[in-house]
Design a protein around this ligand. Structure first.
Ligand SMILES: Cc1cc2nc3c(=O)[nH]c(=O)nc-3n(C[C@H](O)[C@H](O)[C@H](O)COP(=O)(O)O)c2cc1C
Length: 170
């Protein structure tokens, strides 16, 4: 995935290096601009077994800020926001790889550096007893739950950063 550039973002953003599960990294630039979940809509996508986007609806395209062409074939982590703890996605993948559905609050990164919160349910697609892909349906999140998730994720991110910090200082 390409690094975000200052011109992708309106005004002044904050750069971060996001490290992905496979060891790769990408520079993203975030802003504090939130796009609210569109009332009465669902944001839907499907992926293959590796989390590569194979289908997405119009609300998904609109909320992400990317074109459909940019999204199809891209890894779902294109939406990964640096405020999301790694553990949330580790839990997601462990759950769905076991054939179970996973639900949780996710802060997603837009192409323009802004963000949007969703309440996501990820469902493994099972055919003939085999997992062949995954579907995610996102609903409008409760603002109270978003506020709670925001706090929880700050703590989780701090804990995830702690071992690395300890290594540097020891
Ligand atoms: C069906 C499905 C939908 C997903 N939706 C999102 C999403 O909306 N935002 C997101 O950051 N990650 C989503 N993920 C998780 C990503 O695949 C990925 O695990 C995550 O962005 C963290 O990146 P990493 O695992 O490469 O570190 C989804 C995964 C699946 C299987």
């Amino acid at each position: 995935m390409r690094d975000m550039q200052p011109e992708d973002v309106p005004g002044q953003g904050t750069p971060h290096v996001v490290r992905y599960f496979d060891g790769s990294a990408r520079v993203v630039i975030t802003t504090e601009h939130e796009t609210l979940f569109p009332t009465g809509e669902l944001i839907v996508s499907q992926t293959d077994l590796d989390g590569i986007i194979t289908m997405c609806n119009e609300a998904f395209v609109r909320m992400s800020g990317y074109s459909r062409e940019q999204l199809l074939g891209a890894p779902h982590s294109i939406l990964r926001h640096p405020d999301m703890p790694r553990a949330a996605f580790a839990d997601l993948w462990t759950t769905i790889s076991d054939g179970k559905r996973w639900s949780g609050y996710v802060k997603n990164l837009r192409r323009d550096g802004g963000f949007y919160w969703v309440y996501a349910t990820v469902i493994p697609k099972i055919r003939g007893g085999e997992i062949v892909g995954h579907t995610s349906v996102r609903r409008q999140p409760s603002r109270t739950k978003v506020a709670a998730a925001e706090q929880l994720y700050v703590t989780m991110r701090r804990d995830e950063a702690a071992p690395a910090a300890a290594e540097v200082t020891s």
